[in-house]
Design a protein around this ligand. Structure first.
Ligand code: ADP
Ligand code: ASP
Ligand code: MG
Length: 409
């Protein structure tokens, strides 16, 4: 018996049948005496449908209005799940983020949670009711509805678990845990029993959308036991945890990839002090985040400068760069949206040399050209042409023998 937060993602509540199946699962745990707070996403495809509706009216809708729109998806599933629980004779009560209340800042569409009032939830739990909360949403100090960014229901779940000091936060999804890489791209991917917060954070920030980055940050910061598991099948899933002696001794834990980036290059820039600032200053002023950066010097005292941005920001960044090009007297601006970033992640990298060369050899053997490289203590990322995504992920998966169980320490 304990207090648990369960989160069910879009596919897990994607139809009336699925919602009924979730209700059965919740009732079982409730019958065993567990206190339960259930966080739900919108039904699968719903958030995308709402965004498409908005875009039929405006290309860049006001972000406050977007939040009012997008938050409706989650509200639908909370009430339906609550009804499904009632139908099974299980007492339950549904809440929007604002009703809980989940207080956030006012950064619409990417708000951060500031505080959670647990009073109302505690009253329900004490009275034996299951609490059903809409994921992905909150309210700012002026009462405006906010949302937490795509995939934000994971963060709602972890934040509620932290506020309630839950025994565990269980993220139920359409895969039965965190894998060495996305099992939809590499069928030989292997489920991990455990992964460290640090590695999961890298995997998430490098594109593994199985958990939203902020949910992992939150869980690490507030020491929330976090588990990813399937809503369809039984199993232990993957525990996200602190590094310990019992951890698998793999050099590389996983491979992440990100299809959301685009690359921009400005060539023939006079090689003078302040050039990087002159190029990236206006990009930053336009609130565009830059990820990887490369500058190479040509023999004629000019430099080529390349960087990546989110694909959604590509057009805006290209426009800005065209005018920067004219101002600096540079040669040309080119861009490419058909690229992907592939990264290998592992804390084992810290203490082992030769990881990068194994990575580059595996890609070379497949004839895959590397366009950009960046490294940090526990990851190496490369940018390659989009058409090589599957090939590259599989080649790296096999080069690092990720399909094999690592030797126990
Ligand atoms: P939900 O709707 O439940 O939030 P998501 O689609 O956000 O589910 O996340 C689950 C998906 O994450 C899986 O279907 C899988 O394709 C993808 N994924 C990416 N990387 C991984 C990984 N390393 N391990 C498991 N799943 C991954
Ligand atoms: N429904 C939101 C999305 O699709 C939030 C979530 O599912 O976590 O991004
Ligand atoms: Mg998700």
């Amino acid at each position: 018996m304990g207090l648990f937060v369960y989160k069910f993602g879009g596919t897990s509540v994607g139809s009336v049948e699925r919602i009924k199946a979730v209700a059965e699962k919740v009732k079982q745990a409730h019958d065993q005496g567990d206190q339960l707070v259930i966080v739900v996403s919108a039904m699968s495809g719903e958030t995308n449908r709402l965004i498409a509706l908005a875009n039929e009216i405006q290309k860049y809708p006001n972000s406050r209005e977007m939040d009012v729109l997008l938050s409706t998806g989650e509200q639908v599933t909370t009430s339906l799940l609550s009804m499904a629980l009632h139908e099974l004779g299980c007492p339950a009560c549904s809440y929007t983020g604002g009703q809980v209340k989940i207080l956030t800042d006012s950064s619409h569409t990417k708000a951060r949670i500031i505080n959670i009032d647990d009073k109302r939830m505690r009253e329900d739990l004490t009275a034996g009711r299951v609490v059903v909360v809409a994921g992905f949403q909150g309210v700012d100090d002026k009462g405006n509805i906010t949302t937490l960014g795509r995939g934000g229901s994971d963060t709602t779940a972890v934040a509620l678990a932290a506020a309630l000091k839950a025994d565990e936060c269980c993220i139920f999804t359409d895969v039965d845990g965190v894998y060495t890489t996305d099992p939809r791209v590499e069928p030989n991917a292997r489920r991990l029993e455990k992964i460290t917060f640090e590695e999961m954070l890298e995997m998430a920030s490098l594109g593994s959308k199985v958990l939203q980055i902020r949910s992992v940050e939150f869980a690490g910061k507030y020491n929330v036991p976090l588990r990813v598991l399937s809503s369809f099948t039984e199993g232990k899933g993957t525990l996200i945890t602190y590094e310990d002696d019992q951890m698998e001794q793999a050099l590389i834990s996983g491979i992440a990839f990100n299809r959301d980036e685009a690359k921009l290059t400005i060539t023939g820039v006079p090689d003078l002090p302040g050039v990087a600032y002159k190029i990236l200053g206006p990009i930053a002023d336009a609130n565009i985040e830059v990820d990887m950066i490369i500058q190479n010097i040509a023999g004629d005292e000019t430099t080529d400068f390349t960087f990546t941005v989110h694909r959604n920001d590509y057009e805006k960044a290209k426009e800005l760069l065209d005018s920067i090009c004219a101002e600096l007297g540079a040669k040309a601006v080119t861009g490419d949206v058909k690229i992907v970033k592939i990264s290998i992640v592992g804390v084992g990298m810290r203490s082992h040399a030769g990881i990068a060369s194994t990575m580059f050899k595996a890609l070379a053997d497949e004839g895959i050209n590397i366009r950009m490289i960046s490294t940090s203590e526990i990851k190496i990322s490369v940018v390659v042409d989009e058409k090589y995504l599957e090939l590259a992920v599989r080649a790296l998966h096999s080069a690092f023998e990720l399909d094999r169980e690592p030797i126990e320490s």
